[in-house]
Ligand binder design. Structure first.
Ligand code: ATP
Ligand code: MG
Length: 448
């Protein structure tokens, strides 16, 4: 019999519930992951006990989602979600219902779950409870809906994105019937909230198979949730630097960058400005200023998907700067200025993105491009080692210093500090209080 090593405290919850005459199992994602030999993120428990009955049995509980039957049982800092067997209420607008009904039947609870691999329960006494051959689908490495796919996506269109996301996380294929239903019903995703689309797309991009975004496009899903990507997939780039469409190139860049949220989104969107900036002449296709157009578009997309401002800002800056440093010789001095503008905190991610971008282009001038990047990395190292000043807050004088020298508080101070930063970017050795105060004095004298 298949044996899953349940964490001690989860088993304690199950045994306490059983001891009080209820049924209890671990369920869903943790069963799936444990069978696959992956480490489950959290261990969810399903039970025939009602929420009040669960609460009566444990000392510390939190009403996490009491209306949906979920109580979190706490052991020290560890919490386990315990959810009563339930059936979902009526679905409206292709979204999960706000009301649910409790049931005494585990089978009923399994039927409401999205995919066969997510619809298994387990406890040590009964082993695996698997009414829909989830185990078979795990072995066949396949995502398949519980029940009729069209009905299930009609009930809750988020499941469409979840199918693709799980296939990307697990490296599974999507069953043909489920695929066909996605194709037919992708349009229902228009009713799903931006936050949930954001979460699923990010999980897809951070997964081991972000290239599954291609499947999302082929099945008509991005057309609804990220139409800009479809335009990228349709945009050819006939020039020496490229060998793929904008979309295919971008997929390869995503695959090449480390899996952090800002980097993967920046990789996906770095060329989002290309479809709108394309023009062709005898030399081939050009995309002038695509980084600037792309920066704006990326900002719009991420705002639409309700990203936080810090992530939006970072992705926008990466898109704006992704093309920097390739054409022509960059000097240390001009690099210092650029680094100050882009923000030195961005540079490590810029390097990852640029490297991936180069590798996803044609092999034309690849070595030269990689060498240019090495030169910039060398400059960056030197600037860091010498702790050279790149921003106003690293200047050896402050606004207060200037006021103490007799300058009037107000806009002039800001302008003077910017001027001093210019001087220091030109000659880093000048970042000393005395020198800067002297420069400030000379500048004032000039003005009068
Ligand atoms: P992970 O947490 O790794 O993303 P998971 O399978 O645990 O994967 P959750 O969103 O935590 O996914 O949901 C837990 C379980 O609840 C799922 O395994 C599935 O059985 C069920 N479930 C979640 N969302 C849905 C949905 N939209 N429709 C039907 N069942 C769902
Ligand atoms: Mg989960």
């Amino acid at each position: 019999m298949l044996k899953i090593n349940i964490p001690e405290n989860a088993n304690r919850i199950i045994h306490t519930l059983q001891g009080a005459g209820f049924e209890a199992y671990i369920v869903g994602g943790c069963v799936r992951d444990a069978v696959l030999g992956r480490t489950p993120e959290d261990w969810d428990i399903t039970t025939s006990a009602r929420p009040e009955e669960v609460k009566a049995l444990f000392r510390r509980t939190i009403d996490t989602g009491i209306a949906h039957g979920t109580v979190t049982v706490m052991f020290g800092k560890e919490g386990y979600e315990v959810t009563t067997y339930r059936v979902d209420g009526r679905y409206e607008d292709h979204r999960r219902p706000s009301s649910v009904t409790f049931t005494a039947s585990l089978m009923e609870d399994m039927k409401r779950r999205d995919f066969t691999i997510n619809a298994m329960a387990y406890n040590d006494e009964e082993g695996l409870v698997d009414h829909f051959d989830g185990l078979g689908d795990l072995k066949r490495r396949r995502i398949q809906c519980v029940g009729k796919p069209k009905e299930r996506f009609d009930e809750d269109a988020l499941r469409i994105l979840r199918a693709i996301r799980f296939s990307a996380q697990l490296g599974f294929s999507i069953d043909e019937g489920t695929r066909q239903a996605i194709r037919e019903q992708a349009g229902f995703l228009k009713d799903i909230s931006a936050e949930r689309i954001h979460i699923e797309l990010t999980k897809l991009l951070l997964s081991g198979h972000p290239e599954e975004i291609r499947t999302a496009c082929e099945l008509g899903v991005t057309k609804v949730v990220l139409p800009e990507f479809d335009k990228m997939m349709e945009t050819e780039q006939n020039n020496r630097h490229h060998m793929y469409t904008v979309g295919e190139h971008s997929i390869r860049v995503v695959q090449e960058v480390p899996p952090t949220e800002a980097l993967r989104w920046a990789a996906l969107l770095h060329d989002v400005g290309k479809p709108d900036t394309k023009f062709s002449d005898d030399a081939g296709d050009h995309f002038y200023r695509h980084n600037q157009v792309g920066e704006k578009m990326a900002g719009g997309i991420l705002r639409r998907l309700k990203f936080d401002n810090a992530t939006i800002d970072r992705v926008k800056r990466l898109v704006l700067w992704h093309d920097y440093g390739m054409g022509g010789q960059v000097t240390l001095k001009s690099f210092r200025r650029s680094l100050s503008k882009m923000g030195a905190d961005l540079f490590p991610d810029y390097v990852c993105l640029k490297r991936a971008d180069i590798l996803a282009q044609s092999s034309y001038m690849r070595q030269e491009k990689l060498e240019s990047l090495e030169v910039l990395k060398g400059y960056y190292k030197k600037i860091q080692e010498e702790k050279q000043c790149l921003s106003l807050k690293e200047l050896a004088v402050t606004g207060r210093d200037l006021i103490e020298q007799g300058m009037k508080p107000g806009r002039d101070i800001g302008e003077m500090l910017s001027y001093l930063l210019e001087c220091v970017l030109e000659e880093p050795e000048q970042n000393q209080k005395e020198i800067l105060l002297q420069l400030a004095g000379e500048k004032l004298a000039q003005k009068q």
